[in-house]
Design a protein around this ligand. Structure first.
Ligand code: ADP
Length: 159
């Protein structure tokens, strides 16, 4: 049986924390699908296609990882792709409540899929896409937290 893990998110933009989670998952599962959400209720900084391209650049050296966009319900996408595992990252206790609720809801919708959580290395635990966007918008240096291609895209975006 091929174990496929689906890692959904907005990835607006992908950070070193996300990449750390993917690298860890790639050692555990046969295949990791990074699923970039299109049409989320959040207002985004980068359009979906650019978020996908940036994630592909960042994760280019992870051979068993694939990046694609998805529309609509995650449960439907998981079924379509034959994934039995939803992967999420947990940084702090503050992530827990939302993630717990999401995992519970997904279990109701698609009971044969389990949510698995991984924690990033310590140095990535404080990184969030929203803080990265905020720093970049204020012309701060985000190069310690994201891949150079992402840093460059942020500079252009907020020029
Ligand atoms: P969402 O908008 O659904 O939270 P994100 O793109 O922000 O999606 O993140 C996708 C997943 O990655 C979530 O499970 C989130 O908790 C996790 N994540 C975000 N930042 C980090 C980080 N620095 N380290 C580990 N996991 C992270």
């Amino acid at each position: 049986m091929t174990r496929v893990a689906l890692y959904p998110g907005t990835f607006d933009p992908i950070t070193n924390g996300h990449a750390d989670i993917v690298q860890r998952a790639a050692r555990i599962f046969d295949r990791v699908i990074v699923a970039v959400a299109h049409g989320t209720s959040k207002s985004v900084c980068f359009p979906t296609d650019q978020r996908v391209v940036l994630a592909r650049v960042v994760l280019a050296d992870v051979p068993n990882c694939e990046v694609c966009r998805f529309d609509g319900l995650l449960a439907n996408f998981a079924r379509e792709r034959g994934a039995r595992i939803i992967l999420r990252g947990l940084r702090a206790v503050s992530d827990f409540e939302y993630e717990f609720q999401l995992a519970g809801m997904n279990r109701k919708i698609i009971p044969d899929v389990d949510t698995i959580f991984l924690t990033p290395a310590e140095q990535y635990q404080f990184i969030s896409s929203s803080l990265i966007r905020e720093i970049a918008a204020l012309k701060g240096d985000v190069s310690a937290f994201v891949h150079p291609a992402v840093a460059e895209a942020l500079v252009k975006r907020y020029a």
